[in-house]
Design a binder for this molecule. Structure first.
Ligand code: NAP
Ligand code: ZN
Length: 349
């Protein structure tokens, strides 16, 4: 298959900084859309992957899976996109298309293994997929989202992963009027969970380890925000919360939050700490509670989320950076020093 060279930013080992490199993208196939990447968000999963926190990273790696761009070429069978259209790609770029999961629009659980936009085996070109810290992306039209014309396009990029990752469980677990929903950890995912959950009509209670975020959580729309070290404030919510979206990226005591759940409530893990979390049997047996999890969302639901956010004027609070500052941004993300998502202006590559 023919390829073309594309400028990218990636790393060749877990201990090296990211640097400019050249990757190959396939030339446009009959069902492919090629777009120039205008903006790409930086998710904590990019950081986990570059550091090989979970094992399984293949180097070189080009991270990035919150891409918004403008179409530059389409294959001759593509019907839904034309040159000049806005387009977006999130985490999913391929799946089998015929298993139980794909048929139910939850391609992220594809029986034959979903292909992620970076660091996945590339079933078409061979090798691994390379992500959005690059000038162009090529993807089958089925996995390319129609990007609504957000006035702040840069700040809409984080919706492609952070947005869908919280929208999907908020909807699945029934965020809406009369529901008390906890949001644990106010980073990229958490701050969008506040905005989206509040717009769905739920009462949002935030739990944070950062004193500086207590007031800010209310500005973002939370009804209340609790510093998790404040035992008295935590006790106020004992057995009161219907479900909690847990976005924490590092090991933490999930039992403290299970104890805040109303009966039949769930702590829904979306954060992916490298180390296992310990659950005391007493935390779940009492109140018939559950620890659950959720992984991004399917393509149809991602499109639904984009349209919902456009209609309700929801984007990320973003800090736009030059790609030359990406290593500094990774260091700051590691320390929790971002309000609340870094987005790379890809014109800087
Ligand atoms: P982020 O911006 O770094 O936010 C994570 C937040 O967790 C921090 O802002 C902090 O919030 C809290 N936190 C961090 N370390 C903590 C610790 N040691 N103890 C308690 N709280 C801590 O990261 P993100 O991009 O939102 O991603 C969050 C996690 O979700 C990552 O693990 C990422 O890989 C994962 N993720 C999963 C999916 C999925 O589909 N399941 C998709 C995307 C990302 P406070 O300052 O408020 O405490
Ligand atoms: Zn992500």
């Amino acid at each position: 298959m023919n390829t073309k060279p594309v400028k990218a930013f990636g790393s060749t080992s877990a201990t090296e900084p990211l640097h400019e490199m050249t990757i190959n993208r396939r030339t446009v196939q009959p069902h492919d859309v090629e777009f120039e990447i205008l903006y790409c968000g930086i998710c904590h999963s990019d950081l986990h992957s570059v550091h090989n926190d979970w094992g399984g990273t293949t180097f070189p790696i080009v991270p990035g899976h919150e891409m918004v761009g403008r179409v530059t070429a389409v294959g001759n069978h593509v019907k839904n996109f034309k040159i000049g259209d806005l387009a977006a790609v999130g985490c999913i770029v391929d799946s089998c298309g015929h298993c139980e999961y794909c048929n139910n629009d939850i391609e992220q659980f594809c029986d034959e293994g979903v292909t992620f936009s970076f660091n996945s085996p590339d079933k078409i070109l061979g090798g691994r997929t390379y992500g959005g810290f690059s000038k162009f992306y090529v993807c089958h039209e089925k996995y390319v989202l129609k990007m609504p014309p957000f006035s702040d396009l840069a700040s809409s990029a984080p919706l492609l992963c952070a947005g869908i990752t919280v929208y999907s469980p908020l909807k699945h677990w029934g965020a809406g009027p009369g529901k008390k929903v906890g949001v644990l950890g106010i980073g990229g995912l958490g701050h969008l969970a506040i905005k989206i959950g509040k717009t769905m009509g739920a009462e949002i209670i935030v739990f944070t380890t950062s004193p500086g975020k207590v007031k800010d959580a209310k500005r973002l729309g939370a009804d209340d925000a609790v510093l998790s070290s404040d035992k008295e404030a935590m006790a106020k919510y004992s057995q009161k919360i219907d479900f909690i979206i847990d976005t924490v990226s590092a090991k933490h005591d999930v039992n403290e939050y299970l104890n805040l759940l109303h009966h039949d409530g769930s702590v829904v893990l979306v954060g992916l700490p490298a180390q296992p979390l310990e659950v005391s049997a007493f935390s779940v047996v009492h109140g018939r509670r559950s620890v659950a999890g959720s992984n991004i969302g399917g393509i149809a639901e991602t499109q639904e989320m984009l349209d919902f956010c456009y209609k309700n004027n929801i984007t990320a609070d973003s800090e736009i950076i030059n790609i030359r500052d990406v290593n500094n941004a990774f260091e700051r993300l590691e320390k929790g020093d971002v309000k609340y998502r870094f987005v790379i202006d890809m014109a800087s590559l």
